[in-house]
Structure formats: structure tokens, C-alpha cells
Design a protein around this ligand. Structure first.
Ligand code: SIN
Length: 477
């Protein structure tokens, strides 16, 4: 497999030969070295994207669609290889990695179709001799900066619509997980996507980010990552008044009303909380359970959690892989210690899991009862397999608790009451609502947050607005 970067259709090393080492978080084994690129190579990537931009934009949408479909098909053919690579560089269990490859393909397939429907408008004019046209045109070069928790899907969720709309791209994958990005780049070459349309740079995040945002040929940034980095990028992007899509941190409430179907709730809670070992922006961070089912929910949730198996994601039957780094495990420990010191009750887990021959980066799925608002895990993203639970009495009280967060990405609630379904869905200040649903992500829906979780929407027909400019033509006939 290639371990160099794709720039202008060729695979290149860093100019000075420097490299970054990529490790398996489960074993600490070195998987590969990739180039440590900086400003010079990023400028080359922008040059390549710039040179390809006019021809790519001029290609009929139907032709761009064929490339996207082919890329999706080649990823499907290589699912097992790509999923294994992802588990090795990121740690998530193989079954989840296969699921992520399917999810990643779904964005390409959706964009391949939706790209054919990027319509403009003809608007009725106020005088007989005029016609008013609103045209959609590609924004131009899109910078794509992606996180380590979904190394393939966060790329295709941006790359698919960018290419479908006629934008060329420079992708900067996370330093911890560049191999999935490079593998997608290889497949882009294999299916004949023209040189310069897809470029990849790995390396010095600050230098790459600054170079991308300083160059006025780059017209769009789509970033998924932390709120702090999002703020910094937004400041830098002000220089060229860049179009931005920022999918940032989350702190999702998960609300269980007395009348909920608890079988459904427990399954949804496990999937929503422990997917990717809790390292997901939309995973449940705070559980609020109404008094009438509080004890029963905790007992049933604890019983299922205690059966989850922790280990190397490559091993069949493992549900929880390693956390991405030592710092990630320390943060989880710090949050759990803080909560227990403030009175939380341990119902499951709350300790590292040490496994012979593997790195010390595994944390047991954890359930803590008695969460209070002063606990760190009630305010900050834990990004680990920890479920803290608080009891509530009334709907009004829980809405207030759920909305008492600077974040606004995803929220979940469970009830059988139809009127409450509407009321609560409308009252929660979040971009994504799971109503009796712990897994709302899908390619055709608008994904994105409000408040400090960012802005812009990915997915569905909505994402096409992010990669197109609306041009008004006033035509006197
Ligand atoms: C994320 O963590 O931001 C991605 C989760 C998803 O797409 O479901």
C-alpha cells in the first residue's frame, strides 16, 4: 500500500524526507510511516487543485457522478482490506470498521445521485423584458480537514459532495489515522479521477492549516473536530472570508421518560454510548432517566454493559477497542475520578482493563449513577466509554437540564407519548434529534450542530449548498 501523499496525481514524500510514524493503538506496533508535509507541499497541493479546478467544474455532473460511483464500488470491493486497515490504525472493532466503510460508501453514492440535481431557479421578474436566473456553481477548491474517530466516513461525507458539485479538494486527515485517507486516494487514482482533483497532505497540522487558509485560491473549508480547533480555524479563515462548515464537539443528552419502551432504550443506549468506545461526537454523554424507571434502567443497562467484551478490535467478538491515545485514557480516568469524588456511584466498570501483550489503553465500559451538574463529565466531552446517569422528575426539568450545555450537536429521547414526541423534539436546542432512535446518522439526512457544536450541514440535499455559490443573473431580453 502507498504511504506517500497524493498531490497532482503523483505520490510524493516530504521535500526534506521527514516522516510521521503511524501506530496501532491496541498494540503500539508501528504500521507505517507517512510524509510529514508542511507549507511547501500544501502549496503544491493547492497548485494541483487549482490547475484541475476549471476542467473538473466544466465536466457535466453526470460524468462526475460516474467517478463517484466507481470510487464507491471500489471501496465496496475492498471493504475487508479497508476495514482491517481502519481497525489497525484507529482501534475500533472490525465489525464497526466494516460498518464505517459501508457508511463512507453511502456518502459517495448519495453525492453521485444528488450531484445531478443541483438545480438553479428561474425567478419571475417584475418587468416583461427581464429574466431572473439563480445559478448554482462550484465554490472552488475545498479544504477538507478530518478527525481520527471516523477515518473514512468523515472524508467521503465531505469529498463526495465537494466532487459532485465540481470542487477540487485538498484533504488533511488526522495525524493518528492517515492510512485510510491514503487508501481512499489510491482508489481515487484507480478509478481515474483526474490528477489534482483529490490531493492529500499529512503532517504538520498547524502549517498545513495556515497554508490552506492563507491562500485565496482555497474557497471552502469543511472541518470535523474539536470546538477549540474550529474556533482557531474560523479566525484564520476570516482573512479570505472562506465558506465554512464546522462540525465540532458535542455533549449529547439521552433522556428516558417513564413511558419509554425499555427494551428499545437499553439497546439504543448501548449502541449510542459505546460505539467506537464512546469516541463519537454524537454519542450520548449524559443520561437523564425519569424517577419511575431510574432503578430498572440502571439495572438493565449495567447488566448489558458488563457483558461487553474489551480487547483488540481485530479479534472476533470484541465490542470495545482501545482508546486512541494515552491522553485519552487519562482524560477518562480524570472524569471518572472527579465524578466519584463528587458522589457518583459505580454500577459497572470505572477501571482500566489490562490485557497481556496489548497496550495499556483499554477502559472498561462504565456506568455511574448519581450524576450532578458540577461533575466534569456532565459539562465536558469525556470521549470514552462512560455513561453517567441522573434522575429527573418532570419534562420541563429535563428539557432545562438537557439544554444547559454550550454544545448543540445531538440529543436523544425516548417516550411512547405522541404529543411529547413533538414537544420535546422542538424544545431541544440541538441540530440532530434521535426520537426513540439512538442511531440517527444516515447519508440522506442533514448532519450538523448549533451553538458551540458549529454550523453547516453535511448529508442529504442540504450539503450541496455548502459546496456551491448561488449566482444571480439579471437578463434583459
Ligand atoms: C462524528 O463523530 O462526528 C460522526 C458520527 C456519525 O457520523 O455518526
Amino acid at each position: 500500500m502507498e504511504t506517500r501523499n497524493l498531490i497532482g496525481g503523483t505520490w510524493i514524500d516530504a521535500e526534506d524526507g521527514s516522516t510521521i510514524s503511524v501506530h496501532n493503538p491496541a498494540t503500539d506496533d508501528e504500521l507505517a510511516v507517512v510524509p510529514e508535509h508542511g507549507a511547501a507541499e500544501t502549496r503544491q497541493a493547492i497548485d494541483a487543485a487549482w490547475n484541475a479546478q476549471a476542467d473538473w467544474a466544466a465536466l457535466p455532473a453526470a460524468n462526475r457522478s460516474v467517478y463517484l460511483s466507481r470510487l464507491g464500488a471500489s471501496m465496496r470491493r475492498d471493504t475487508e482490506r479497508l476495514a482491517t486497515l481502519m481497525t489497525m490504525e484507529q482501534g475500533k472493532p472490525l465489525a464497526e470498521a466494516r460498518g464505517e466503510i459501508a457508511y463512507a460508501i453511502s456518502f459517495l453514492e448519495w453525492a453521485a445521485e444528488e450531484g445531478k440535481r443541483v438545480y438553479g431557479d428561474i425567478v419571475p421578474a417584475s418587468s416583461a423584458d427581464k429574466r431572473i436566473l439563480a445559478l448554482r456553481q462550484p465554490v472552488g477548491i475545498a479544504a477538507i480537514i478530518t478527525p481520527w474517530n471516523f477515518p473514512a466516513a468523515m472524508i467521503t461525507r465531505k469529498l463526495g459532495p465537494a466532487l459532485a458539485c465540481g470542487c477540487t479538494t485538498v484533504i488533511k486527515p488526522a495525524e493518528a489515522t492517515p492510512l485510510s485517507a491514503i487508501a481512499i486516494g489510491e482508489l481515487a487514482c484507480e478509478v481515474g479521477i483526474p490528477a489534482g482533483v483529490v490531493n492529500i497532505v499529512t503532517g504538520d497540522a498547524a502549517a498545513i492549516g495556515e497554508t490552506l487558509l492563507d491562500d485565496d485560491r482555497v474557497r471552502k473549508l469543511s472541518f470535523t473536530g474539536s470546538t477549540n480547533v474550529g474556533r482557531l480555524l474560523m479566525k484564520q479563515a476570516s482573512k479570505n472570508l472562506l465558506r465554512l462548515s464546522l462540525e465540532l464537539g458535542g455533549h449529547a443528552p439521552f433522556i428516558v421518560f417513564d413511558d419509554a419502551n425499555l427494551d428499545l432504550v437499553v439497546d439504543a443506549a448501548v449502541a449510542c454510548k459505546f460505539r467506537n468506545a464512546g469516541q463519537t461526537c454524537i454519542c450520548a454523554n449524559r443520561f437523564y432517566v425519569q424517577a419511575g424507571v431510574y432503578d430498572e434502567f440502571n439495572a438493565r443497562f449495567a447488566a448489558v454493559i458488563s457483558e461487553l467484551s474489551v480487547g483488540n478490535g481485530l479479534q472476533e467478538g470484541v465490542h470495545i477497542g482501545p482508546l486512541i491515545s494515552d491522553a485519552a485514557v487519562s482524560k477518562v480516568e480524570e472524569h471518572v475520578e472527579d465524578a466519584t469524588s463528587l458522589g457518583a456511584n459505580v454500577l459497572a466498570g470505572a477501571k482500566r482493563v489490562r490485557i497481556d501483550g496489548l497496550a495499556d489503553r483499554f477502559y472498561a465500559p462504565t456506568l455511574l449513577a448519581g450524576m450532578t451538574p458540577d461533575m466534569k463529565l456532565c459539562r465536558e466531552e469525556t470521549f470514552g466509554p462512560v455513561a453517567p446517569v441522573a434522575r429527573f422528575e418532570t419534562e420541563a426539568e429535563v428539557i432545562k437540564l438537557a439544554n444547559a450545555s454550550e454544545y448543540g450537536l445531538a440529543a436523544y429521547f425516548f417516550t411512547r407519548d405522541g404529543a411529547r414526541l413533538w414537544r420535546v423534539a422542538e424544545a431541544l436546542e440541538y441540530g440532530i434529534i434521535g426520537a426513540n432512535d439512538g442511531a440517527p446518522s444516515t447519508a440522506q439526512a442533514p448532519f450538523g450542530g448549533v451553538k458551540h457544536s458549529g454550523f453547516g450541514r453535511e448529508g442529504g440535499k442540504y450539503v450541496m449548498d455548502e459546496y456551491t455559490e448561488l449566482k444571480y443573473v439579471s437578463w434583459r431580453i
